[in-house]
Ligand binder design. Structure first.
Ligand code: AMP
Length: 141
């Protein structure tokens, strides 16, 4: 059975999309630890991130880097933190979180309660910046 993330990528389940290319999809985490908490996913469904072939792992991290750059430009934060867990959804993914302190990476903390309009506005900001960056300085990977 397709993972919930494959169903999101296929458009069967809605998501707040922040970036996409032919091999990857990025969208807001529905239970954000921080505002702008984003998941970066390969379209190729593989359960465990470190089971990805080396080239796909490298491409995923390069795509995540571009998403993080766009996030850093539009979300007020000192850094974009990175986490990989994969205990809940068996489809490889990278968590990206706009952070100002270590405590902003606390996955045990109460999740942020953001209204759909706020989620939509955040996703649009990152999406627009990502696409602006792609147009103004496309990278060849
Ligand atoms: P983990 O697999 O432990 O890295 O965590 C999976 C993450 O996916 C959690 O942070 C969930 O909040 C998030 N998640 C699960 N379902 C959805 C969904 N439909 N849309 C967005 N995020 C989701």
């Amino acid at each position: 059975m397709a993972s919930i993330f494959s169903r999101i990528i296929a458009g069967e389940i809605p998501s707040y999309k922040v970036a996409e290319d032919d091999k990857h999809y990025a969208f807001l985490d529905i239970n954000p630890v921080a505002a702008g908490h984003t998941l970066v996913v390969p379209k190729h469904e593989v359960d465990y991130i470190f089971d990805l072939p080396n080239n796909e792992y490298a491409e995923l991290t390069a795509f995540a880097k571009k998403v993080a750059e766009a996030m850093k430009e539009v979300m007020p934060c000192k850094r974009v933190g990175v986490a990989v867990m994969g205990l809940e959804v068996p489809h490889a993914h990278i968590h990206l979180l706009p952070i100002n302190s270590e405590s902003d990476m606390n996955f045990f903390a109460e999740k942020k309660q953001l209204q759909p309009e706020e989620m939509k506005a955040i996703a649009e900001k990152i999406f627009n910046k990502f696409n602006e960056n792609e147009t103004s300085h496309p990278e060849i990977f």
